[in-house]
Design a protein around this ligand. Structure first.
Ligand SMILES: [Zn+2]
Length: 179
């Protein structure tokens, strides 16, 4: 976010030189620099045998299932965010968290940190924020996630990670989006 006025006190921001970042908007009243940084967000593919946990949240995608995601809070590590969000949104405990790289969502000023994990324990206990959450066959995931491009990219990475060498999982993908 590029601020012109201080979001705390409303003062017009000055430009202050930060030796490694150049000129940065600065509030002299609050003594805060407002760096134009994205919001960190986690997204995680949770596996249980040959199943994967998918959600429906129609405010994100009207007609598509998605992976579980959430924003990183101040004061927690990214790994803590993943465990907290999975517990909050689905009521599950996970293990063997593995980082799969990051994706930019520039239009929403989000940096997505992507993970896979294994189910450890618990029964699905849906948060009121979530419309629907359940296990899908991993071979059906790409078909059910038609609108979620980043989610599908993660599922493809997961299929590689687990050594999937079938073709069924990719049956809904056109040749060029499978590259
Ligand atoms: Zn201020």
């Amino acid at each position: 976010m590029k601020f012109k006025y201080c979001p705390i006190c409303g003062t017009k921001l000055e430009e202050k030189y930060s030796w490694d970042e150049g000129k940065v908007p600065f509030c002299p009243v609050d003594n805060i620099m407002y760096f134009d940084t994205p919001k960190p967000c986690i997204i995680v593919a949770i596996l249980k045998g040959d199943k994967i946990l998918l959600l429906k949240q129609s405010y994100i995608f009207k007609d598509s299932k998605v992976l579980l995601s959430g924003y990183v809070n101040n004061g927690e590590t990214v790994e803590e965010t993943v465990h907290r969000e999975v517990l909050e949104e689905a009521g599950l405990k996970i293990k063997n968290l593995k980082y799969l790289g990051s994706e930019c969502l520039e239009s929403k000023e989000i940096i997505m940190l992507t993970f896979m994990a294994e189910y450890e324990s618990g029964e699905i206990n849906k948060s009121p924020e979530v419309e629907w959450v359940d296990w899908s066959n991993i071979e059906d995931a790409l078909c059910e996630m038609n609108e979620d491009k980043i989610g599908k990219k993660i599922v493809k990475k997961v299929l590689k990670e687990i050594g999937y060498n079938g073709e069924k999982a990719y049956r809904c993908e056109s040749d060029n989006s499978n590259a």
